[in-house]
Design a protein around this ligand. Structure first.
Ligand code: ZN
Length: 439
């Protein structure tokens, strides 16, 4: 299979494999550390050779410290008449992530200080965390809270918060060049599907594709807990990030909303340019967002001391849809067609990055005679001959070493593939020469 092309992708296979891994991962109780992350990475290793790194609690990572490791086995609340009010076994969202252990009996008024609900969405269970403040709590549907009778409640959380480690996964797929493309997703949410699993599924599937292809760039895939994971990875790899030519944070790529792309802090990185080119020609609605210092791990990759060319692809932006961080972000919330469409966009963008180069016209004084060289003919690939001819003229005219093929595609209004094919044909005929990539 090695040597197959990235863009020769089977969308049915992609859908089935992404769906399968999401279904397998959905029940696992993940957090920023702990066995849930390890079990998640174990499952991902079935599809991709991912190296698992364990960073001890207490390790200093820039201004942060790797936290204690949290694990949970069971949790419940039993009401005055002996009924289970909430049960961790029913949904791992019921326990505030990083809750310290507790076993106590307390009156409803006191219990309520530890209960979290969504009064505006009374049927949904919220997702809450308390990573950096030692506390305990439960999450439940607001409608259920309203039905609770006065009396004594027994609460039990069988968790541990102890020195251990932070776990993350990394997969490097070597290419012909040392320059790297970074693809990152977060793996720290429990049973939440769009926020977390959709990104994992997409990056994982992409990894299986990239391994089968002969790629120019080296691809570095990160499966990391949000925020502390990217800070930890950057602290351990600060000397090597200069290799990163392009990068994408992938998260929330399965809901019904249109694709949104958040530009890197640089705002004019090639990845920003490639993404706007692909989305602009997709014929579908999309949103381009400028960088802001909030969001997912692009915040860390784009912090000023790194300022990496890393953008973020999502569909609906986190926090803007009612299912966000609730029990409604389940397997049915992620749509196959959205997931596959997001994958197609990323594949198209990577295909551009792989082929984007600067060329120099070796015959710049007047047009070379193309007909004599047999170049005034369709180049195949479904591109009509008029576009193909125009693409040749655009590449010849703008290839002075400063414009990239992507620049030429944008300026000409022609598809990148037509420009790329034209440049390759002109190079075969000795009319242009590709330039080494500037560092
Ligand atoms: Zn989230």
């Amino acid at each position: 299979m090695a040597g197959s092309r990235l863009r020769d992708i089977s969308l049915d296979d992609a859908r089935d494999r992404m769906r399968k891994v999401m279904a397998d991962l959905y029940p696992i109780c993940r957090s920023i550390t702990g066995e849930g992350v390890r079990r998640t990475l174990d499952r991902l290793q079935e599809d991709l050779p991912i190296a698992v790194h364990e960073i001890p609690s207490g390790t200093q990572v820039f201004d942060w410290t790797v936290p204690k490791e949290w694990n949970i086995r069971d949790a419940w609340i039993v009401g005055p008449s002996g009924e289970r009010v909430v049960d961790f076994a029913q949904s791992n969202l019921h326990v505030v992530s990083y809750s310290v252990p507790v076993h106590a009996t307390l009156p409803l008024a006191e219990l309520q200080r530890h209960l979290f609900t969504l009064p505006d969405r009374p049927q949904l269970v919220p997702y809450r965390t308390s990573y950096y403040v030692e506390a305990w709590g439960f999450c439940m549907a607001h409608a259920r809270l309203l039905s609770l009778e006065d009396g004594q409640y027994e609460v039990f959380i069988d968790s541990t918060l102890e020195n251990g480690s932070l776990t993350y996964g990394e997969c490097v797929i070597p290419g012909r060049e040392a320059g790297e493309v970074l693809l990152s997703c977060h793996i720290c949410h429990p049973s939440l599907c769009n926020d977390n699993l959709s990104g994992i599924a997409l990056v994982l599937y992409l990894g299986t594709l990239l391994r089968r292809c002969d790629m120019r760039y080296t691809y570095r895939l990160l499966f990391i807990p949000g925020t502390i994971g990217s800070i930890t990875w950057l602290a351990r790899n600060a000397q090597q990030v200069a290799r990163i030519r392009h990068g994408l944070v992938v998260s929330g790529v399965g809901d019904a909303g249109p694709v949104s792309y958040k530009r890197s802090r640089r705002g004019s990185a090639v990845i920003d340019h490639a993404m706007s080119h692909v989305l602009g020609r997709s014929g579908q609605p999309y949103t381009l967002l400028d960088f802001d210092p909030y969001g997912y791990d692009e915040r860390q990759f784009c912090s000023p001391g790194f300022n990496l060319p890393v953008g973020r692809i999502s569909r609906s932006v986190y926090g803007t849809y009612p299912e966000y961080h609730t029990s409604a972000d389940d397997l049915s919330f992620v749509r196959d067609e959205s997931l596959v469409d997001s994958l197609s966009v990323v594949v198209e963008v990577l295909d551009i990055l792989e082929h984007d180069r600067r060329y120099v016209n070796l015959n710049p004084r007047c047009e070379p005679q193309l007909g004599r060289r047999g170049l005034y003919r369709p180049l195949g690939g479904g591109i009509d001959s008029k576009s193909a001819e125009l693409a040749l003229l655009w590449v010849l005219n703008l290839s002075d070493g400063s414009a990239s093929l992507l620049d030429i595609a944008d300026r000409s209004g022609l598809p990148f593939a037509a420009i790329r094919d034209a440049a390759e044909a002109l190079e075969r005929h000795g009319l242009v020469r590709s330039q080494p990539e500037p560092n």
